[in-house]
Design a protein around this ligand. Structure first.
Ligand code: ADP
Length: 516
């Protein structure tokens, strides 16, 4: 049972959001819903960005480069004190998993909305967290206990567990510093590549080795932990659709997780969080093997990009829960024994071209039309006319749908993708349109390599995406056609605009890839 709080609730009346883009928008909205004042920082590149327009207060923090702006922990804490913010919400990325920043907030007496620095540091190291998880009885991928000294040590381990193996950066994140090795001859070069990538990306070259699980699913558990020792699981998200180890489509619940597996994975995740004295929202990631066994991968000590799918199937507001926990409130009954209701799917929209190796596609968003209607949620960080700067992660936002079951969610997503229109930059919308017709996706047969394999095989060629191209042009053309029909006194066929337009020979080339 939930313990009663022993300390009086902490006042949170103003929160400084130390982030940008869609997650800053999401957090600002959550704050507004709670009647809390939302302030946000911005760099020179984001002067006119959506969070700045939505926030109650916005403060310039520095030039475009992140290490001179969004990563300036000292300046951000100083600003929080100056403007009288009671707390800082870090979003994801940037300072969100920086234990030094959390300590700085603590010292300044500004509440960091997230876990304490010790729990964050313990989970921030893959080697350390594996050790702790094993001790807590959470299953981990078979692998080394310590950083690898050299390629020979890697080879000895690989020989003992058998190939394939994975060399991974201890400080890793975002798929960096990770190398899959299938043959012994490739091990030494993979060791060197992972080490140097880890050094350049994280300033920490230590790497370790683990068994590579063939064609697993990525299934993660959302947990919440209050400051009175209660940890709960809110169920899983299926995040197997990835391009080069980066998630692109997520759903909840997983098509293959039944209530028994959900309970077992949830219990393991709660044990994982409790083992490090975790507080606030966090995500425990697992690899789920084809035989139903699952292994701890890592814990993300922050709000995840894909948190909305959990919100859609639980009816909970995770930002509100984060604030309540930060205020010192105990988790109420609504957080216990949560079972998913219906099905939610999220598509990530990045400014990048999936058919040219996902190269970034910065620029001006010339036209933006978001889908609406039943079950559709837009977590978008940009607006029509906005610039997508080259300096940051190219995520524009997420399109999320909810349906009573997976089939309805997919049908709604198809409809929504048909309505969605983004011009001026490339996105994965044509790829998603193809995916929504893919028999394996429709059947829920997913694994973490599936998207890359299908793209390499050319199975996901860009699909025609919009049934609503240039509505004003179509309307004007129809007017013309109908006026002619009236003159010749012929009845106008009662059919869709597109069909009639096609009939009039006006649709040549429209809607094909490259037309936009
Ligand atoms: P990062 O922190 O860099 O994102 P993770 O450890 O979370 O790295 O792994 C990212 C992705 O790489 C996983 O979602 C999964 O697709 C793949 N992966 C990682 N470790 C293994 C493994 N041992 N076997 C198979 N796939 C793995």
């Amino acid at each position: 049972m939930t313990q009663e709080p022993t300390t009086p609730p902490r006042e949170i009346r103003k929160v400084l959001v130390a982030n940008r883009g869609e997650i800053a928008v999401r957090v600002l909205r959550g704050l507004a819903d709670l009647g809390i004042r939302g302030a946000v920082v911005y760099s020179d590149a984001d002067r006119r960005a959506l969070p700045v327009l939505l926030a109650d207060e916005a403060y310039r923090i520095g030039p475009a480069a992140s290490n001179e702006s969004y990563l300036r922990g000292d300046a951000i804490v100083e600003l929080a004190l100056e403007i009288g913010a009671d707390a800082i919400h870090p979003g994801y990325g940037f300072l969100s998993e920086n234990a030094g920043f959390v300590r700085r907030c603590d010292e300044a007496g500004v509440k960091f909305i997230g876990p304490g620095p010790e729990a964050m540091a313990a989970m921030g190291s893959k080697i350390e967290s594996r050790r702790l998880m094993r001790a807590a009885g959470v299953p981990v991928v078979p692998g080394g206990e310590d950083p690898l000294a050299d390629a020979e040590e890697a080879a000895a381990f690989a020989d003992s567990v058998g190939y394939p193996v994975m060399i991974k950066a201890s400080a890793g994140g975002g798929g960096k510093g990770m190398r899959l090795v299938r043959e012994p001859e490739k091990l030494a070069s993979a060791f060197r590549a992972a080490t140097s990538e880890a050094t350049s990306s994280f300033g920490d070259g230590s790497v370790y080795i683990e068994k590579y699980i063939e064609q697993p699913r990525h299934v993660e558990i959302q947990v919440l932990a209050d400051e009175h020792g209660t940890v709960v699981s809110l169920g899983e998200r299926e995040c197997s659709l990835q391009r080069r180890h980066q998630k692109v489509v997520e759903e909840a619940p997983s098509p293959v997780v039944d209530s028994d597996l959900r309970r077992r994975m949830g219990e393991a995740a709660v044990r994982a969080a409790a083992a490090v004295g975790y507080t606030n929202a966090g995500t425990v990631e697992f690899l789920l093997a084809a035989d139903g066994s699952f292994y701890f991968l890592e814990m993300n000590t922050r709000l995840q990009v894909e948190h909305p799918v959990t919100e859609m199937v639980t009816g909970l507001d995770l930002v509100a829960a984060q604030i309540a926990i930060a205020r010192g409130e105990a988790l109420g009954p609504e957080f216990h024994g949560v079972e998913p209701r219906g099905h939610a799917i999220e598509l990530r929209l990045y400014a990048e071209d999936p058919y040219r190796g996902f190269v970034p596609s910065p620029g001006t968003i010339r036209l933006l039309r978001w889908p609406e209607g039943p079950g559709v949620r837009n977590d978008c960080g940009v607006y029509e006319g906005a610039e997508v700067p080259i300096h940051y992660d190219p995520m524009l936002g997420k399109l999320i749908v909810w349906g009573a079951d997976r089939d309805q969610a997919i049908r709604r997503l198809r409809r929504a993708v048909g309505e969605l229109r983004i011009e001026g930059i490339e996105t994965a919308v044509p790829l998603y349109a193809a995916l929504l017709a893919d028999p394996d996706f429709l059947a829920g047969r997913l694994d973490i390599g599936m998207l890359d394999r299908k793209m390499e095989a050319g199975e996901l060629a860009p699909a025609e995406v919009s049934e609503l191209d240039d509505l004003p042009v179509i309307a004007a053309a129809l007017e013309h056609v109908e006026a002619q029909a009236r003159r010749s006194a012929e009845p106008v066929a009662r059919r869709g605009a597109r069909a009639r337009w096609r009939e009039a020979g006006l649709l040549e080339g429209v809607g094909r890839p490259g037309w936009r």
